[in-house]
Design a protein around this ligand. Structure first.
Ligand code: SAM
Length: 290
């Protein structure tokens, strides 16, 4: 058989299994072996690691990961892909495919259930995936907010979203998503992936990023929920100055917000897109400490 990622293989599988690609499930399959290898290499999984894969498709990344890692658990929502995966991954006894929606999966429990590799607990847990683009952000935020016990998340996503995630204060793409992800992780932009290496071809280019979960938060917070309220408030009305955008957060009046900003040492005419994580934290801690 041709390589699993070869377009001819995808065509053959579609024919033999009478499988139809689902646009609404974001099924754009990878057809480039170098990119497949690059994603798995970048996640850094070794023989003693457990890999959790989101959306295996016909199993191109899964097969590659199975050769590098001790164990792979792949979560696929499309039941029509399950018999196909059984065939394509038949040579890899260290792979388990779970037919579930990742957004409804208790990933922490899944990891606990599969933590043993032979008679030893896995050394590390790496999450990988070529994400279905219609739910990229919900998947990332679910994993981070639930504090899923993993070391890193190496994913392919729309290039534009990758740029938003890694953006720094002051740049056009810096927003609530940048602050939220960078609060939980160190972000590495691995590579840009052209749309030509997918079947079918999506409209936009993609990128691979790696998120390394921080062992310690980059800022001390009195009230984490309030920190996220401040971020949401600040970016909710992007074009407004902080003074106006934050009015209403925790019921604060305009005058009270002015006092908070002064006490936090932040000029009230600045906009959220110029604030560092530490400055968002200073505002939240000032409100929380009042
Ligand atoms: N990993 C394969 C590859 O790189 O060729 C497929 C990637 S494709 C972009 C996304 C995959 O995620 C599809 O197989 C799709 O069926 C699956 N998927 C979509 N929504 C999902 C969900 N909510 N939970 C789990 N898998 C999902």
């Amino acid at each position: 058989m041709d390589k699993l990622y070869a377009p001819t293989t995808i065509r053959k599988i579609k024919e033999e299994h009478n499988f139809r690609l689902s646009k609404s499930l974001g099924q754009n399959f990878l057809t480039d072996g170098n990119i497949v290898a690059h994603i798995v290499e970048s996640c850094g999984a070794g023989e003693q690691d457990l890999v959790i894969e989101i959306g295996p498709g016909i199993g191109v990344l899964t097969a590659e990961a199975a050769q590098a890692a001790g164990k792979v658990v792949a979560v696929e929502i499309d039941k029509n892909l399950i018999p196909i995966l059984k065939e394509t991954l038949a040579d890899y006894p260290n792979v388990t495919v779970v037919n579930q929606d990742i957004l409804k999966t208790d990933v922490t429990r899944l990891i606990e259930e599969h933590r043993m590799i032979g008679d030893r607990p896995a050394r590390g847990v790496k999450i990988i995936g070529n994400l279905p683009y219609y739910i990229t952000t919900p998947i990332i935020m679910k994993l981070l907010e639930e504090r899923v016990p993993c070391d890193s998340i190496t994913i392919m996503l729309q290039k534009e979203v990758a740029e938003r995630i890694e953006a720094s204060p002051g740049s056009k793409t810096y927003g609530a998503l940048s602050v939220a992800v960078q609060y939980y992780c160190e972000v590495t932009y691995v590579t840009t992936v052209p749309k030509e290496v997918f079947h079918p071809r999506p409209k936009v280019d993609s990128a691979v990023i790696r998120l390394d979960l921080r062992k310690q938060r980059p800022v001390d917070l009195i009230d984490e929920g309030l920190f996220f309220e401040v971020i949401k408030g600040g970016f909710g009305q992007r074009r407004k100055t902080l003074h106006n955008a934050l009015t209403g957060v925790r019921g604060k009046t305009k005058e009270e917000i002015a006092a908070v900003l002064a006490a936090a040492g932040i000029e009230s005419n600045r906009r959220a897109e110029t604030l560092s994580i530490a400055e968002f934290a200073a505002i939240a801690n000032t409100i929380a400490g009042e």
